[in-house]
Design a protein around this ligand. Sequence first.
Ligand code: HAM
Length: 435
Amino acid sequence: MNEPLQALRGMEDILPPVSATWQHVENTLRGLLLDYGYQEIRVPVVERTELFKRSIGEVTDIVEKEMYTFDDRNGVSVTLRPEATAGIVRACMEHGLLRNQRQKFFSTGPMFRYEKPQKGRYRQFHQFDVEALGFAGPDIDAELLILLARLWRLLGISHVSLQINTLGTAETRQRYRAELSSFFRESFDLLDEDSRRRLDRNPLRILDSKNPDLAELIARAPQMTEYLDDASAAHFAGLRTLLDDAGVAHTVNPRLVRGLDYYGRTVFEWVTDRLGSQGAVCAGGRYDGLVSHLGGEATPAIGFAIGLERLVELYALAGQPAPTRAPDVYIVAAGEGTSRLAFRIAESLRNGVPPMRVEVHCGGGGFKSQMKRADRSGAQVAVILGEDEVAAGAAVLKPLRAGTEQQTVTVASLADAIRPYLAGLHTGPVIETVR
Ligand code: HAM
């Protein structure tokens, strides 16, 4: 016999009832972003490898060690997207969306990084990504952080704090990089293998090292603020004023450099101490140089991505049950010819004004077991159909929550008889926004 197969390591199934929390969190995010004037963009999960190498940077953990890269059947090197920004920027350039225009986009879906899986860190994970292109800021920088503060409030999440930093312009970073390089070179013996490798090509990333043995050395390293150009300093001060006005608490963390190369000026992370070592729930920043780096016209831009696995976990830890969606009516049908009537009634209740949420029992079984299911479904009433009811053009209406007696009503008057039991409840299919 064949061995049953299992999912790949680091690739998780999302099962009910947890999937209901995902829907709630995603719907809340989608509603919020639409309210702030952002539109959805959907881009492919697979892109040319070159796009990620050029955007994220060759000397980054993602590109060096974490990409799912393979040759397609035509010998073209392609990669499962490790993040969304590169693909969105590519799409904007390809479709001329940046020509004298500004764009505010959101997108969501799976990302892939070949990391060591652990709680909060997966090889397939999901991001909710937001990008604003064509805005020089700092107003838009503030808007993104203000809307995130609102998101935590909407979801009842309080254990997140905001860290911000500025990486200045490309020229400032170049000067700073040279300074950092010589600082760390003086202590070459103290550096670990990773940091030595980064020394020449990307010394800023040494600041990001999680190695506790390097903490003391990193604390003594020169800080970006000492090298910051006036325009970037003014941009940063402007952002901080807007955040203060909006009451968005934040800490300046001069060691916050981020693991992707496209950033300049504003960078930020929302972190929590509730998720063990994987504390970054949301991260992003400005990437004013990326569009021109990819061959387009210089376009200022900023964005962020939320790790949805981490957000869902935080939401659950905050003790919030995911809102459930029980049917209004559960139709129990046992006996010859009852299915046909059940479906006819169900569709007519769904067509009603207002429409009702109806679940029809499928899969057979006796009255008793069907009634058990009806009760477990959370429906307000059961509509019971047996052969006698079919013959008489009637149905038995049994309230499942209030203590009233069951009654027999004609099929034609069923909707009117059910309606009082649903008074004050939300009925009908909810398609969008739970807020
Ligand atoms: P990032 O910091 O690489 O930024 O990822 C953003 C968030 O995705 C992280 O803070 C974390 O919550 C989540 N995340 C990352 N890797 C994993 C993983 N292996 N498992 C679970 N969650 C993970 C970016 O991706 C940028 N594209 C953000 C951005 C958008 N910057 C500008 N625009």
